[in-house]
Design a protein around this ligand. Structure first.
Ligand code: FAD
Length: 429
């Protein structure tokens, strides 16, 4: 009913009066945006009807998604999952509108195999979740609507489409728009042979792939970097391209971290600090910072001489690697995801946003201060989780995916929103 009364003839959800501001609008319905809805549903299901603010948030939020369906990019990566198929759905609690999706996923024979390709997770989990989200939110999920601009007002936030039509106004706004590959400054001179790992890992054809003579140079030793090498070696799509080509992986860190049990680390000679590098919750070594699954196996194969087509080279300053880049036929950059954000402006001036707090609040980077009520999460916005999900104390990155967003990242944002709604935290734009 709320929707119908707020909806105008042009389809806009913008209210007429400032006192009809929604508590929250969410931009982007990939795993991060869906993760926020799951976290709210989990909270409401756990608290029953006793927590009014969570319920108010859940029943009034509006979600804008540029694509024609929710789900984002996860199922476009042509790699196996990082995490066990059971972990992928652990963020869906009993008693929520999404529990049937979780149970159907877990009952599927494919999910008895821990390591399944991300596109398969897409079919078995992301698509059903997207349909359940659409049923649950009804007209409050607006697919095919790209938010082009957001205006910060004294009361909150107004979002606009590319035609300049107002879409919605809210007291708080959460950006979950995903990430884009951005070349490191040292790689700008080599744009003709450069590709970001996200694009490379999503490729289903070789169209426009830079393919000069010379080796493939992969920059970074992250999970994505080893996944790029894995695709080059084992995906039939790249069989001709990679045949006979050297693959060089440039790493800055002195060591490569692998996720595993202490027994696994001992058996494979993986050095670690028993206090700093072990997750106190799970007992796993490098639980969050380590390579997983295919990437981990590939590293061991390279290190132990079973795979000789990839060479690891430790480098100092990337700016000193010019000769290597000049010789390369293809440079794959597997580091430096930048957030893909719409224009956010105050008084007509665009803000540069980033550096989220652990509660997801975004900073105006030039003014070096938090923008009250403006949150962001998802790929490109690394939020170091607190408590058990933080993993090993030495971990200082962000963790991404369905198993982390609803359980580790979104709950902190929900806490903050609830405290604001309950008047425990003031706000001023
Ligand atoms: C190699 C690799 C392996 C991975 N393995 C796993 C795994 O095993 N399990 C797992 O859970 N995760 C995994 N992930 C992580 C997962 O793919 C990402 O965390 C996830 O896709 C990022 O989610 P997101 O919502 O931040 O971004 P996206 O998936 O990019 O979603 C962003 C959404 O926002 C929309 N949008 C953007 N801008 C606007 C706008 N202006 N207006 C309206 N809508 C907008 C987009 O259309 C899109 O739908 C993996 C990632 C990589 C790179």
């Amino acid at each position: 009913m709320l929707e119908q009364s707020a909806q105008r003839d042009n389809g806009s959800l913008a209210p007429e009066r400032s006192d009809e501001f929604r508590p929250l609008q969410v931009i982007g319905a990939g795993p991060a945006g869906i993760g926020l809805v799951l976290a709210l549903c989990n909270r409401v299901a756990a608290a029953g009807s006793s927590r009014g603010a969570e319920r108010e948030l859940l029943e009034s939020l509006v979600v804008f998604e540029a694509g024609d369906r929710p789900g984002g990019t996860m199922d476009r990566y042509r790699v196996n999952a990082n995490t066990s198929s059971h972990d992928v759905v652990q963020g869906i609690a009993d008693g929520t509108p999404f529990v049937a999706v979780r149970d159907a996923y877990l009952a599927h024979p494919d999910t008895q195999d821990e390591l399944i390709p991300l596109p398969r997770i897409g079919e078995l989990m992301v698509d059903p979740l997207a349909r359940a989200l659409a049923d649950f939110l009804g007209p409050r999920l607006r697919c095919g609507v790209e938010v082009a601009r957001i205006e910060i007002t004294p009361h909150g936030f107004t979002s606009f489409d590319a035609d300049g039509d107002a879409l919605a106004t809210s007291r708080n706004l959460l950006l979950c728009c995903g990430a884009r590959d951005e070349p490191l400054p040292a790689l700008l001179p080599y744009r003709d042979r450069w590709e970001g790992s996200a694009r490379f890992l999503m490729r289903d054809s070789l169209d426009d792939l830079p393919a000069g003579d010379g080796p493939v140079v992969i920059v970074g030793a992250s999970h994505s970097a080893f996944s790029c090498a894995w695709r080059l070696l084992y995906d039939p799509l790249f069989a001709d391209f990679a045949a006979g080509r050297d693959i060089l992986l440039l790493q800055r860190r002195a060591r490569i971290k692998l996720r595993g049990t202490p027994e696994f680390a001992a058996a494979h000679g993986i050095a670690y600090d028993p206090v700093d590098d072990v997750c106190p919750d799970s007992g796993l070594v490098f639980r969050n910072g380590g390579l997983r699954k295919d990437a981990k196996q590939l590293y061991l194969d390279i290190r132990d001489g079973r795979e000789n087509r990839v060479r690891l080279e430790q480098i100092g300053d990337i700016a000193d690697c010019g000769e290597t880049f000049a010789r390369a036929g293809l440079i794959l950059q597997a580091t430096n995801f930048a957030p893909r954000l719409p224009r956010v402006e105050r008084d007509g001036v665009a803000l540069t946003l980033g550096r989220p707090t652990r509660d997801g609040e975004l900073h105006d980077l030039e003014a070096d201060r938090i923008v009250p009520g403006l949150y962001g999460m998802g790929l490109g916005l690394n939020i170091l989780p607190g408590g058990a999900p933080r993993g090993e104390p030495s971990f200082d990155g962000g963790i991404h995916g369905f198993q982390s967003y609803p359980l580790a990242v979104a709950p902190r944002i929900v806490d903050r929103l609830v405290a604001t709604l309950e008047g425990k935290i003031g706000r001023e734009n």
